[in-house]
Design a binder for this molecule. Structure first.
Ligand SMILES: NC(=O)c1ccc[n+]([C@@H]2O[C@H](COP(=O)([O-])OP(=O)(O)OC[C@H]3O[C@@H](n4cnc5c(N)ncnc54)[C@H](O)[C@@H]3O)[C@@H](O)[C@H]2O)c1
Ligand SMILES: [Zn+2]
Length: 665
């Protein structure tokens, strides 16, 4: 290959990766490998300026617009950041600045580099008018309705804000929210998301804002652009933005010289793991806006800012084997078994490999030396392979074709990443897994029975499904390992008590695919009994709030299965709750029928919860925020002025506490 061919090939490859990463939110190589390829291209281009091209990925912001949203041209372009990895890089950068500006004394603002998706939000007269993704830097996707659902993004500003400006920030998914989302996915037997950054970026591009609203996203702001801003430095800008109501992390600091920048870096390199969200470096910005203007931009970066990338906490270790776990829904998860190694204070032995595609992407082979990294997530990940030391003898990994537990043929449905074992009633981990799900706290909450005991009961032939639990006899239990009189009594008592668990939790406990806690509740409230639910048609079910076709089909499949029918029949005879417990004398009147009421502020005669209950008891619906769909706003004490203003603007009837009470009396 000639140098020119090599350059062209790299450009094409990197463009494809940019597309996968920014548009599909589904990269097919690790960031580490991407950065190496980009560097390689950079040095080839530097050595061969004759092949310069303004369209090269080294010269352009990597993102693109999608076709799913309105395209908006940015008033002020959005840029990427130059990267640096060492003190020397930063000293070089300072020298370049000095050369440009003519030996002036420079102050810097040090900020953390939040790892998410960039956003530009336009405010006019203190009101949010538009939010646009970075796209290719020149134009982006209009995702305003999605951004409006993020609670930390102010819809209206306070204080002395400029008439019109854009504010730039990063949409991130904090670790806690990410883990919670994954927990919920795993509870319904689904594959978890792979990292917070891609999940945050993917969330912005969802077409349904109600879905976005459910995701615990945050928006961290770091830069204001516009005319007549009323401040002269980056640091002041951050303070102002905070005053106007934006979430601007307080960790940012003013550095009087480059040594103070180094101190900031050293501190956060060590302490960044204490933060609730992912960061991958520090961003250093020339503080004076006047100097910023003088320095200007290259085609890809501002000259007045630079990112210092933290070295990821990474170790190299050997992949000893790959094993495959079978979940309760039959989903197969491949796991990397590693030569144990110390990383960020813990010993790492295993890493998740997610699915067959992930293995193919990495081309990971048993015996490889792999790089393992630990972000804020609990399970460490493999970010790359040391191909330089791979022996020729290593064999390509062939994904298993049969279930490692029961030997049946695995199936992968179109559009799904996971392989499944369909031997639902004959595959041991699926059998035990369903019973284990049944007894969890959010489901039947059976005291005295744990995951291991379930396996023990199953291995001893005492249970094959959850209905069998209700036939257990004390004598049978006493024959088991480590099962004393007292534990046996506790277990039986726990099982007995579970007969009082309300219908919505029983429905969740049954382990219907895609039916998590919330969906179970929705179905229980709508259908009121299992018999009615079991008869519901697909057409009918998709009309229920938040129930889509995928869930509906899964419910129908579940109830048409003979084994499930049999189990439910048995559970009924044992006395489990299969009918929604009607709360005593709830509906009092239908005065508010078809009306949506929003409650806000503090009340004297009743608590907010009581008021909300009263609305439902009188046939109304509680709305969470004021919109054109709101019929009444019940305004209490200390209600925010912006809510009142909005309600007035929309012409919503505003009631005080007494007016509301006399209305429902
Ligand atoms: N794996 C892949 O296929 C693939 C493909 C493309 C890009 N990538 C990865 O994406 C990254 C490059 O993306 P990039 O060009 O968006 O650059 P970048 O994310 O490294 O840096 C620029 C961005 O940082 C963000 N940022 C966060 N905190 C900031 C702050 N305080 N001040 C200013 N900006 C801040 C802004 O959104 C800005 O656009 C690399 O890590 C690369 O590995 C991976
Ligand atoms: Zn199996």
């Amino acid at each position: 290959m000639t140098t020119q061919e090599k350059i062209t090939a790299l450009r094409e490859e990197l463009n494809l990766h940019n597309y996968n990463y920014y548009v599909l939110d589904n990269p097919t190589i690790s960031d580490y490998d991407f950065d190496i390829k980009l560097k390689e291209l950079e040095s080839l281009e530097q050595a061969h300026p004759e092949f310069f091209d303004v369209d090269s990925p080294t010269q352009r912001v990597g993102g693109m617009i999608t076709k799913n949203f309105t395209t908006v041209v940015h008033d002020h372009r959005m840029y990427s950041l130059e990267n640096s990895y060492s003190k020397e890089d930063l000293l070089d950068w300072e020298q370049r600045l000095q050369k440009n500006l003519g030996d002036v004394q420079l102050e810097y603002t040090c900020e953390l580099k939040y790892d998410g998706a960039s956003i530009s939000i336009t405010y006019e007269n203190g009101e949010l008018v538009r939010a646009v993704t970075r796209g290719d830097g020149i134009q982006g996707d209009d995702v305003t309705s999605n951004i409006r659902t993020i609670r930390s993004v102010p819809i209206k500003l306070k204080g002395d804000f400029p008439v019109r400006f854009d504010i730039r920030g990063e949409i991130v998914l904090p670790f806690a929210g990410f883990e919670k989302m994954n927990q919920e996915l795993m509870e319904i037997g689904e594959a978890p998301y792979s990292n917070p950054r891609n999940t945050a970026s993917g969330s912005l591009k969802l077409q349904n804002s109600a879905e976005v609203a459910k995701r615990p996203l945050e928006c961290l702001l770091y830069y204001i652009v516009g005319q007549d801003l009323g401040f002269e430095s980056q640091f002041k800008g951050l303070e102002k933005a905070r005053e106007w109501g934006f979430k601007v992390p307080v960790v940012s600091q003013l550095a009087n010289n480059i040594d103070e920048v180094f101190a900031f870096i050293a501190y956060w390199d060590e302490h960044r793991h204490e933060l609730p969200y992912e960061t991958d470096g520090v961003v250093i910005k020339v503080n004076s806006l006047h100097y910023q203007e003088e320095l200007g931009y290259t085609s890809k970066f501002p000259r007045w800012a630079i990112a210092y990338k933290f070295k990821a906490e990474q170790v190299e270790t050997r992949l000893n084997s790959i094993s495959y776990q079978v979940g309760r829904t039959g989903a197969i998860t491949p796991v990397a078994n590693l030569e144990p190694v110390q990383l960020a204070g813990t010993i790492v032995k295993r890493a998740s490999l997610h699915n067959a595609d992930q293995i193919a992407k990495l081309d990971i082979r048993v015996g490889d030396m792999v790089y393992v990294e630990k972000g804020g997530e609990i399970i460490p990940k493999i970010v790359g392979i040391d191909l330089g030391v791979r022996p020729e003898s290593l064999e390509r990994t062939i994904y298993i074709k049969e279930c490692p537990e029961c030997g049946s043929k695995l199936v992968r449905n179109e559009g799904e990443a996971q392989h499944y074992c369909l031997n639902t009633y004959g595959c041991p981990p699926q059998i035990a897994g369903r019973i284990q799900h049944f007894i969890t706290r959010k489901a039947m909450d059976i005291d005295g029975l744990g995951e291991e005991t379930v396996v023990l009961l199953y291995k001893n032939g005492l249970v094959e499904n959850y209905a069998d639990l209700y036939e257990l006899k004390k004598e049978q239990l006493l024959g088991l390992e480590r099962m004393g009189e007292k534990s046996a009594d506790n277990l039986l008592k726990g099982i007995e008590m579970s007969k009082q668990v309300p219908f919505e939790r029983v429905l969740y406990a049954l382990g219907i695919r895609f039916v998590g806690e919330t969906v179970a509740k929705k179905l229980a409230i709508h259908y009121k009994s299992i018999d009615v639910l079991a008869q519901a048609s697909l057409m009918e079910m998709v009309m229920v709030d938040e129930i889509g076709e995928r869930i509906a089909q899964s419910v129908i499949d579940f109830f048409s299965n003979e084994k499930n029918k049999e189990n439910i029949k048995r559970l009924k005879t044992y006395g489990l709750q299969f009918v929604l417990e009607e709360k005593e004398s709830t509906v009092v009147s239908e005065i508010l029928k078809g009306k949506t009421v929003v409650v806000s502020g503090v009340f004297l005669k009743m608590s907010r919860d009581e008021m909300k209950q009263a609305i439902e008891d009188n046939g109304g619906k509680n709305g969470s925020s004021i919109s054109s769909k709101t019929d009444y706003l019940v305004a209490g004490d200390k209600m925010g002025p912006s809510k009142l203003e909005k309600a007035t603007k929309l012409g919503i009837t505003i009631l005080n506490e007494d007016e509301f009470l006399s209305m429902i009396q």
